[in-house]
Design a protein around this ligand. Structure first.
Ligand code: 3HC
Length: 689
């Protein structure tokens, strides 16, 4: 028997037990092992029923993602699910943890399903640019109806055990620690039943007429939402086959779509994005065994960032002490955090007991001395070096030795901040993204003297907060913002030369970004960038004035003032083009002696994205990012780069680095700006070292 799948007999029960850590994925040997186990159970006259279960933390979490891209090897999953369903002895799936994708398809092909109370069920294939490929789109609608099946398949929503029982996805739910004992009893009992064992494939689709109407509605909505992605709509097509075709023909149609999607760029991109996120944690030379445990945290600053950071820790079960210098700001911060939890309760997203537990874990103080006993302090004060340095001086004075000291700066020099303390080895950047309790990215910024223990502790902490931690080096804007800041001057220049802000934004959203450059600037507030530029101008740096500066000086600060690059109706966040802005841009062009020309969409795309790729290579050259995947993860999880394109660097390689280099060089000759000077790494990639 294959080592990932064991077969044993307990009395009249044949048990197929899968042990393929970490998530019991359906590798080729697991698929083969299940079939072998099934054969053994069927051949054994002593066996009257069969159980399929898993060791470790979960039931089967789906096809083996690490096999994607390799030549497929039989037996394929539909062969396994067909064999399970065809078994003349009843098969019972015993589920704990997460039954996902192919794992849920194995369960659906089984005659019965018994689940532990903590289990969850889902069909997340569309997250990998696929659709279920082993009968999932045909069996799930038959068992639980088209509306819920569509939510699970096309929108990849998971349901818990209680819901699964309510809708008939499972036959019984039992306490977590009694799954196997109860599962064995259940399996023996069903073997004594005289009627034929239920096959999901034989069931009629409930409420066929309204199911058709539901799918028609869903189609419009999914088309709008899945911009650029095909798999959600293709999964809908497969579900529709379950209404229109007999089961076998529906399965054939599903398989056809599955194989087509398996060949798609969308699948390659999303699989790369999935694996890159997990790879980001594996940093060469970093010993996670040395990471310290963070049991308590203090957050300095009760503004938007500080509150969001505090909620992230409370959600992860880590007590938070919130610090402010003014009592009114502190009270307001605590109130906003508490009302966040009250809202979660009223929306049914959190139960009252859990919400009050989290609120109780929050304490507040106006005194630095109250921060002496925490394991970590995160400073989330305003973006000002002087203020940050004075805070770190105080922290150095009051915090016990070994406390990790973090700053949430998004741009400032970490080494200078660390230099305000006598323990720069304990200082790290934890760059959260707003809203901090929702955004998944956490840039972990390492300074010149940040110790390996501090880095390992910060990366481990990111995992505990269920964030994607990416270790980056110290420079202005680190990885994410530095790349973003390389794009803004191009976007401004394209508009100065003849494009409209709306055209630039449309090209970027058509590419797959959730927002264009200018809508995003309006959201963040135009004054923020303006103040930073003015600050740099005051130090004597040459920062050219642009039409964006003109807008700010006319009081257009973005969404917060109702007018920025766009205008906004009262209470609305929808950007509307504004003639007044067109006029300001025209005046700017005249003053600069620019005759506007036609700017094509393809030029906009090239200039906005190739400049980012060039900057990314410079970041790699300088060692600010260790690997291309780190850049992909930062931009996918923090800046809305469409992950179905894999990531900025994955996409660049798909486009062809030689082509990008050629265009970078052309823009360098045309524009002469530093941003277009080809990165050495890019040049090396094209010409070899
Ligand atoms: N295949 C191979 N490895 C997998 C995997 C899979 N399906 N799912 C997760 N893993 C690996 C991860 O790469 C990671 O490996 P690492 O430790 O070496 O980095 C490890 O399992 C743990 O994963 P997470 O860090 O994500 O752990 P979590 O506990 O946070 O989450 C999970 C576990 C919910 C299972 C999550 O990993 C997940 O959602 N996995 C994807 C599941 C999925 O998409 N299944 C469908 C596959 S497609 C399919 O089944 C097609 C079929 O219809 C024919």
């Amino acid at each position: 028997m294959d080592s990932e799948v064991f077969y044993e007999r307990k009395g009249s029960l044949g048990i197929i037990r899968i042990n393929n850590p970490p998530v019991n994925a359906l590798s080729q040997s697991v698929r083969r092992g299940i079939l072998k186990g099934l054969d053994q159970a069927l051949a054994d006259v002593e066996v009257s029923s069969i159980g399929i279960c898993c060791e470790g933390k979960t039931f089967i979490a789906g096809a083996d993602i690490k096999e994607f891209g390799k030549p497929p090897e039989a037996p394929f999953l539909p062969e396994v699910t067909d064999a399970i369903e065809a078994s003349r002895k009843p098969v019972v799936a015993m589920i704990h943890g997460t039954a996902l994708g192919g794992g849920l398809e194995i369960a659906l092909a089984s005659h019965y399903r018994i689940a532990s109370r903590d289990s969850k069920f889902g069909m997340p294939e569309v997250n990998l640019g696929l659709i279920p490929g082993a009968g999932g789109t045909q069996r799930l609608p038959r068992l639980i109806g088209v509306p819920l099946a569509t939510n699970m398949i096309a929108r990849s929503e998971k349901i818990d055990a209680v819901k699964a029982l309510e809708v008939g996805l499972v036959d019984e739910v039992v306490d977590n620690d009694s799954l196997f004992a109860k599962g064995y009893d259940f399996a023996r009992e069903v073997a004594t039943k005289e009627h034929a064992h239920p096959l999901v494939s034989n069931r009629p689709i409930p409420d066929r007429e309204s199911a058709h109407r539901w799918l028609a509605n869903e189609e419009g909505d999914l088309e709008r939402r899945s911009k650029g992605r095909k798999s959600p709509l293709r999964s809908l097509q497969a579900i529709r086959s379950s209404l229109d075709l007999p089961f076998d023909e529906g399965c054939a149609e599903e398989r056809k779509i599955f194989l087509e999607m398996k060949d798609s760029k969308e699948h390659q991109g999303l699989t790369h994005a999935f694996l890159a996120e997990r790879e980001a944690f594996r940093v060469s030379g970093l010993d996670y065994g040395k990471a310290k445990t963070i049991r308590s945290v203090a957050v300095i600053g009760a503004g938007t960032m500080g509150r969001g950071i505090a909620i992230s820790f409370l959600d992860a079960g880590i007590p938070v002490r919130l610090f402010e210098i003014k009592s009114s700001a502190l009270e307001n911060g605590v109130e906003v955090i508490c009302s966040h939890y009250d809202r979660m309760v009223s929306k049914g997203r959190l139960d009252v007991t859990e919400a009050s537990k989290r609120k109780q874990q929050l304490s507040s103080t106006l005194e630095y001395t109250d921060l002496s006993d925490v394991d970590l302090v995160i400073e989330a004060a305003i973006e000002n070096m002087e203020i940050k340095c004075s805070i770190f001086k105080e922290l150095d004075r009051v915090c016990r030795l070994g406390t990790m000291l973090a700053t949430n700066t998004s741009t400032l020099d970490l080494d200078q901040i660390a230099g305000a303390t006598s323990r720069p080895e304990d200082v790290v950047g934890l760059h959260f993204f707003s809203p901090a309790n929702i955004m998944r990215l956490l840039e972990v910024v390492s300074g010149k003297e940040t110790s390996d223990v501090t880095k390992a502790t910060a990366m481990t902490l990111a995992k505990r907060l269920r964030k994607v931690g990416v270790l980056v080096g110290n420079c202005y804007g680190f990885v994410g913002n530095r790349i973003l800041y390389s794009r803004l001057p191009e976007a401004l220049c394209l508009v100065a030369q003849g494009a409209t802000p709306a055209q630039v934004d449309r090209v970027l959203t058509d590419f797959g970004f959730p927002m264009g450059q200018f809508a995003m600037s309006d959201l963040a507030g135009l004054d923020i960038g303006y103040n930073a530029r003015e600050g740099r101008r005051k130090t004597g740096e040459h920062v050219p004035r642009t039409w964006l500066d003109e807008l700010v000086e006319k009081g257009r600060l973005g969404q917060k003032s109702g007018e920025g690059v766009y205008r906004y109706e009262e209470g609305s966040r929808t950007p509307i083009e504004d003639n007044q802005v067109d006029q300001i841009i025209d005046d700017y062009r005249s003053a600069q002696g620019i005759t506007p020309r036609v700017v094509t969409d393809s030029e906009i795309l090239e200039r906005c994205l190739y400049v980012m790729v060039n900057e990314a290579f410079k970041i790699l050259d300088e060692g600010i990012a260790g690997r291309e995947i780190d850049i992909d993860v930062v931009w996918n999880s923090g800046y809305g780069f469409p992950s179905y394109r894999g990531g900025l660097m994955f996409w660049a390689r798909e486009m062809g680095l030689d082509r990008i280099f050629e265009r970078v060089q052309a823009y360098c000759e045309l524009d002469g700006g530093e941003q277009w000077k080809p990165a050495q790494g890019l040049e090396r990639e094209v010409f070899g070292s």
